[in-house]
Design a protein around this ligand. Structure first.
Ligand code: CA
Length: 230
C-alpha cells in the first residue's frame, strides 16, 4: 500500500498542485485547510508524512508540530514544513521544534517530491527503490545520476525527472499533461507547452543512444517507456 500524506495548507491553488504532484507519485493525499481539520484528519487517517504550512487561518503550523511531537502515537511521523517565510531564523525554529525538513515557497515540484521520498525512505515507509534499473539503464535516485551501460549520463534536471517518471511507470502510457505537471509543474510562467515535453524527450532519447528507442510516442496521448526483453 502506498504511503498516506496529510497536506495542511490553506491556499487552495497550492494545495491542489501539491495533491496532483503527490498523486502522480502514487501517494494517497489527504488535504486539511486548517489546524482544526488537520487534528481531525490525524486521528482518522494515520498519515505516514505531514506537509505543514506555517500560516494557517486558525494559527501557526508550529503549534501543531509541537502537539504531534509530544504525543507518543504521532511523534514518529515526519513533518515537512512549507512556508513563504524563508529566513534562516524561521527554518531553525521549525526544525528545533521537531520539524524534519523545511521547504520554502515557491518550490520546484521535483524538489518537493525529492524531499518527500527522502523523508519516507528514512522512516522505511516507502517501497520506492533508490535505484531504478531497466536493461542497460540505471538511475541512482539518491545521487541523482543516471547510467547507460554503467557510464554516467549527462542529463539536465528535467531530462532526469522525465526519465525517472517513465522508468517508474514503465510499459504505461503517460500523457503529456501528467508529464508537464509532474516534471515542470510550478514553472508555469515559463509557458511550458506539450512542445516542451516533446523537445525534452527528443533530447533525452539522443542521450540514451540505442535505449532512446524504448521511449515511444503514443499518438494523441503521450509517451511510454517499454522495458526491453531480457
Ligand atoms: Ca498559508
Amino acid at each position: 500500500m502506498s504511503a498516506t500524506i496529510l497536506v495542511v495548507e490553506d491556499e487552495e491553488a497550492s494545495a491542489d498542485i501539491i495533491r496532483e504532484v503527490l498523486e502522480a507519485e502514487d501517494y494517497q493525499v489527504v488535504l486539511a485547510p486548517t489546524l482544526f481539520r488537520a487534528r481531525g484528519a490525524l486521528s482518522k487517517t494515520a498519515p505516514d508524512l505531514i506537509i505543514l504550512d506555517r500560516r494557517l487561518p486558525d494559527g501557526d503550523g508550529l503549534d501543531l508540530c509541537k502537539e504531534i511531537k509530544s504525543k507518543d502515537e504521532w511523534k514518529s511521523v515526519p513533518i515537512l514544513f512549507l512556508s513563504a517565510r524563508k529566513t534562516v531564523g524561521d527554518k531553525v525554529k521549525g526544525l528545533e521544534l521537531g520539524g524534519d525538513d523545511y521547504l520554502a515557497k515557491p518550490f520546484d515540484n521535483s524538489e518537493l517530491v525529492a524531499r518527500v521520498h527522502s523523508l519516507l525512505r528514512q522512516r522505511g515507509k516507502v517501497e520506492k527503490p533508490a535505484i531504478l534499473q531497466s536493461g542497460l539503464l540505471r538511475m541512482d535516485l539518491l545521487q541523482v545520476q543516471a547510467f547507460l551501460n554503467e557510464k554516467p549520463l549527462k542529463l539536465w534536471p528535467k531530462e532526469f525527472e522525465l526519465l525517472r517518471m517513465l522508468l517508474e511507470r514503465k510499459n504505461r502510457v503517460l500523457s503529456r499533461a501528467v508529464l508537464m505537471e509532474s516534471v515542470w509543474g510550478y514553472e508555469k510562467e515559463l509557458e511550458i507547452t506539450s512542445k516542451t515535453v516533446d523537445v525534452t524527450v527528443s533530447r533525452l532519447r539522443k542521450k540514451l543512444g540505442d535505449c532512446g528507442k524504448l521511449i515511444e510516442f503514443v499518438r494523441g496521448y503521450g509517451y511510454r517507456y517499454t522495458e526491453p526483453a531480457p
